[in-house]
Design a binder for this molecule. Structure first.
Ligand SMILES: NC(=O)c1ccc[n+]([C@@H]2O[C@H](COP(=O)([O-])OP(=O)(O)OC[C@H]3O[C@@H](n4cnc5c(N)ncnc54)[C@H](OP(=O)(O)O)[C@@H]3O)[C@@H](O)[C@H]2O)c1
Length: 325
């Protein structure tokens, strides 16, 4: 069977993304064929496109989708043809009308969650789940720093933190994005293009600093983030939207007060079926209860995925973005 997909044969800018026909084979043992109704756009797709994260080429991009199972291979029993499903992570290949993929990454969707919402929330929502609940389990009354608070991960984090009684200080690139982060539950916002992040965090925390910083911006904010931490605080460096963090000596952690550093990935927190099911159940519950609302703030036809990448990299998007096959 053939499907339209966005494939790259070389790394580079959005112009390397070709809308073309690809072959979708019948599912083998442990696999399922899924017809996508919506596909999630994530910053990690940019890293795979540019080559910051290497992969064998040619490749179909994309880590996240929602749709209907059309067929399953031998040994697959947790999903069946006709099931509404969604997934995040696993091998690239989501930017396609349909794909054959490992079935173990699929979860069944509750009826209340539509395909666009699902494609917008799986990767970013599961990320917020592990960041706030496992990497550093935040507690009510704490004040934390979370960068890029008006982005896809960011707006979910603002709402989830508020639901847990946590004061989230969110950084943003414009005053309009600041308003959006506040409306989603950020207790404080800092415009990092016009304000001094470290001075503002010290002011808000009355000099104490924060126990944890969640930093997905990377290169541009890394050392300023370390400067915002309390002694023995935890730096969670979970992305590189401004570029990869430069190599540094561990003395940087020592002289700021015995800091901890982690560089987590969703895959490492979701490496078993039991972990995936528990994390997804918690995310679905947050969304079903209305504590976290998923904002699909941009949609693009799958054929226009390159435009979606341009918008994401130019910081023109807020919340989540979905591609429609
Ligand atoms: N490790 C993991 O498990 C994991 C999982 C999911 C996502 N992530 C990371 O989390 C981050 C957010 O992902 P997302 O998909 O939700 O994207 P996003 O936050 O919607 O978009 C990225 C945002 O980063 C900010 N930014 C700061 N400097 C930038 C620059 N030089 N170029 C582009 N953007 C810049 C922009 O917001 P402002 O205009 O407000 O600055 C931009 O809107 C990404 O770094 C991603 O790689 C990591």
């Amino acid at each position: 069977m053939q499907a339209k997909a966005i494939r790259i044969t070389a790394n580079g800018g959005p112009e390397v993304m070709e809308f073309t026909d690809v072959e979708v084979r019948a599912p083998g043992p442990g696999e399922a064929l899924v017809r996508h109704h919506a596909i999630g756009l994530n910053f990690i797709d940019v890293y795979f496109r540019t080559g910051l994260y290497p992969q064998p080429l040619p490749a179909v991009l994309g880590q996240e989708g929602a749709g209907v199972v059309e067929a399953v291979g031998e040994g697959v029993s947790h999903v069946r043809p006709g099931d509404r499903v969604a997934y995040a992570g696993g091998p690239n290949g989501a930017y396609s009308e349909a794909r054959t993929m490992p079935a173990h990454v699929l979860v069944k969707l509750p009826d209340a969650i539509g395909f666009e919402t699902a494609a917008a929330m799986m990767l970013q929502g599961l990320t917020v789940q592990y960041l706030l609940r496992s990497t550093y389990p935040v507690k009510a009354g704490q004040t934390i720093l979370f960068h890029a608070a008006a982005g896809g991960v960011g707006l979910i984090a603002c709402q989830w933190a508020r639901a847990l009684g946590v004061e989230l200080i969110g950084t943003v690139g414009s005053d309009e994005k600041g308003e959006l982060a506040r409306a989603h539950g950020a207790a404080h916002v800092i415009n990092y293009n016009t304000e001094d992040i470290v001075a503002r965090v010290r002011e808000i925390t009355k000099g104490a600093g924060v126990p944890v910083v969640y930093d997905s911006v990377g290169k541009d904010t890394f050392f300023r983030s370390l400067d915002c931490l309390q002694p023995r605080g935890l730096m969670v460096s979970f992305g590189n939207s401004s570029g990869a963090v430069e190599p540094f000596t561990t003395q940087e952690l020592a002289r700021r007060g015995s800091l901890y550093l982690t560089r987590p990935t969703l895959g490492a927190y979701m490496s078993t079926r039991a972990e995936l099911e528990a994390m997804a159940a918690e995310l679905f519950e947050m969304v079903a209860s209305g504590k976290v609302k998923i904002g699909v703030n941009q949609t693009f036809p799958l054929s226009q995925a390159a435009e979606a990448h341009r918008a994401l990299e130019a910081r023109r998007t807020t919340g989540s973005t979905v591609l429609l096959p």
